[in-house]
Design a protein around this ligand. Structure first.
Ligand code: SAM
Length: 282
């Protein structure tokens, strides 16, 4: 992939790098994982303040050059891997430890990388990630403005947008403003593991026509007639004329229970992870 396609907008504003590292509240005991270290704008500071640092870089040239830079430092492990699929348990310095994830994420892969770690068997204790401002705001959105990404992140983590970063802080300059977000994974996801695939399938169906009233959107999404969609929604105690974006997570859970009682109509089973990945691309 070309540097542009790999989302290589390097942070060149030192004060912003310091602010990100400071937000991560790292000390000499911390196990830190950085995804997408690039030319190392955050990496040197992370290496200096953490107990151990593992970095995951997808671009071979950048990974090689970091390997050279940190060859003499046993507390730093540079791994050439894909942050969308890497298993944190496969990383020797991270295995069996609480860890903090810090990243200025490539925009094209930000949500799949976040999802990989949130849904991992070994999620970080907190994540400080820089993403596009719009993505940050959707992750943090409250009922009224929620989308599929808000649900997909908030089921697993508490979200707090910390601060914005203007395009001038990067080389080359991106077209959009960035924001740094803190994600704190919950001890238990709000939806139990065995229900997650179907829960997200229902939610995705519910957001199928986000500007429409919920009964129309859901009817389109799960391919049933509108009266049946309305009765499923109303059995959950929800006004079926509301817009999908107004539902809270507890309301989505009630809707999920009602839809389950109705026999989960018109759902094809067996492709959950891919469907959620697609939903997260929105
Ligand atoms: N951390 C550096 C900084 O702040 O200047 C670089 C940030 S740049 C926005 C994103 C980095 O992620 C690039 O170094 C890019 O090569 C790397 N990257 C792209 N796709 C990746 C992936 N799937 N897994 C891990 N790293 C990736």
């Amino acid at each position: 992939m070309s540097p542009q396609r790999l989302g290589q907008n390097f942070l060149t504003d030192r004060a912003v790098a310091e602010r990100i590292v400071h937000s991560a509240e790292i000390d000499v005991e911390s196990t830190v994982l950085e995804v997408g270290p690039g030319k190392g704008a955050l990496t040197n500071q992370l290496a200096a303040s953490a107990g151990t640092l593992t970095v995951i870089e997808f671009d071979r040239k950048l990974a090689d050059s970091l390997q050279l830079r940190f060859a003499e430092n046993e507390r730093v492990d540079v791994v050439e891997a894909d942050g969308r699929t890497v298993d944190p348990e496969s990383l020797p310095l991270v295995l069996g430890r609480d860890y903090i994830l810090v990243a200025n994420l490539p925009y094209y892969a930000a949500t799949p990388i976040i999802r990989n770690f949130l849904e991992s068997k070994h999620p970080p204790e907190r994540m400080i990630v820089m993403v596009q401002r719009e993505v940050a705001n959707e992750m943090q959105a409250e009922p009224g403005d929620m989308g599929m990404l808000s649900l997909a992140v908030q089921v697993y983590a508490e979200v707090r947008v910390l601060f914005e970063v203007p395009p001038e802080a990067f080389t080359p300059r991106p077209k959009v403003t960035a924001a740094v977000v803190q994600l704190t994974p919950r001890k238990e996801p709000l939806v139990p593991g065995q229900d997650q695939a179907d829960f997200f399938r229902l939610a995705r169906a519910g957001f199928k026509a986000p500007r429409k009233q919920l009964h129309n959107s859901l009817a389109t999404g799960i391919n049933v007639d509108t009266p049946l969609a309305r009765s499923i929604i109303e059995s959950a105690g929800i006004d079926s004329e509301r817009r999908p974006a107004t539902l809270s997570i507890p309301e989505w859970k009630s809707l999920f229970a009602s839809w389950s009682n109705a026999g989960k109509p018109f759902v094809v089973h067996g492709t959950s992870r891919r469907e959620r990945a697609e939903a997260l691309k929105r």
